[in-house]
Design a protein around this ligand. Structure first.
Ligand code: SF4
Length: 336
């Protein structure tokens, strides 16, 4: 699974931060959705961003898709600061290079048009030099590359005539029509039946292998990241709490939250009584959170300093970091 970063990173964030104002005019408070996130995605790499709802991972996707502006920090695309690319033409070009695949494959397609509409439109927008027959040929090739065959049949199908998995494959086909270098895949399998999820995960792995497309895979399901990711970042309440090579993070989780996520992965062969109680403690406080570890209300290992000092990411194994005051390089995992 391991893939090395080729050349310069495709995308990099430095200190990426996004706060939202909440409350009334008289009592201004700020929701810290994303705080100080440093993320690097290399060419042909799949990076998984894992965390529960409200962890900030979808806010990061929207920041990278230029839907939100950062409160602080920078985003670099192939070394260029994105805040410098703000003309309409630049944004359109960026969206072609970095398209997004959404969680709900049905709402991302217009129900009154067949699948060809979204595909041909993307090709016309991002490859305007193609003639109509060439566009049609390109559309069929792209459909075949995402496993929708015979492609001519799928071009004429309406969204309601497609299964959830087929609709999500159309979503990836539209992204490919933009000639992408990086696909932002925001929970692309979470609304699919378990039986078709693996097909979409395999598709992502194939796109990376055959087309060298980088993918940011955003998910709440740490088990699915295992199938596709080279690098894994675990987020909790707006902070990255652990990051590193996916295999190493999964085999040697250092942060108590990562351990909790892994212990909550259901094992269909285990007896019911051995299932852990994952949903314990208080939810994170992300409105004006102040200093201290944001996981402390749920953490079984919390000590006094956890309430006063925000832990920073420290390297505990080669290229593997965790933000925890008590985690050590030789600490046994909670699962062991
Ligand atoms: Fe738990 Fe403290 Fe580590 Fe936070 S810093 S995860 S509260 S031990």
């Amino acid at each position: 699974m391991a893939a090395t970063i080729k050349q310069q990173p495709i995308l990099q964030t430095v200190g990426l931060t996004r706060h939202f104002r909440v409350g009334s005019l008289l009592s201004r408070r700020y929701l810290h959705a994303v705080d100080d996130v440093n993320l690097t995605i290399g060419g042909g790499q799949v990076v998984a961003l894992v965390g529960e709802s409200g962890s900030g991972k979808s806010t990061i996707a929207r920041l990278l898709a230029l839907i939100y502006r950062p409160t602080a920090g920078e985003i670099f695309f192939k070394g260029q600061r994105l805040s410098e690319r703000r003309s309409r033409r630049d944004v359109l070009e960026y969206h072609g290079r970095v398209p997004m695949v959404f969680q709900d494959p049905y709402s991302s397609l217009n129900p009154v048009y067949p699948a060809s509409h979204a595909l041909m439109r993307a090709l016309k927008l991002h490859q305007p030099e193609l003639s109509h027959p060439a566009r049609r040929r390109a559309a069929e090739e792209i459909l075949a590359s995402v496993g929708l065959t015979p492609p001519a049949t799928f071009l004429t199908k309406y969204p309601h005539e497609l299964s959830g998995g087929q609709r999500q494959r159309i979503g990836f086909a539209v992204a490919l029509a933009c000639s992408p270098e990086l696909i932002l895949a925001d929970e692309p399998v979470s609304m699919l039946d378990v039986s078709v999820r693996i097909g979409i995960l395999n598709l992502m792995a194939e796109l990376r292998r055959l087309k060298s497309v980088s993918i940011l895979y955003i998910t709440h399901d740490i088990a699915s990241a295992r199938y596709v990711a080279d690098q894994l970042l675990v987020m909790y309440a707006g902070h990255v709490v652990e990051s590193g090579p996916a295999e190493d993070v999964l085999a040697h989780p250092k942060h108590p939250y990562t351990q909790l996520l892994l212990s909550a992965v259901p094992d269909p062969r285990a007896p019911l009584t051995s299932m852990p109680a994952a949903d314990v403690g208080e939810p994170p406080r992300v409105v004006d959170p102040g200093e201290g570890c944001r996981f402390r209300w749920r953490c079984p290992y919390a000590i006094d300093v956890c309430s006063t000092d925000t832990p920073r990411l420290r390297e505990l194994r080669p290229s593997h970091t965790a933000a925890c005051h008590v985690a050590t390089s030789d600490m046994e995992t909670a699962r062991a």
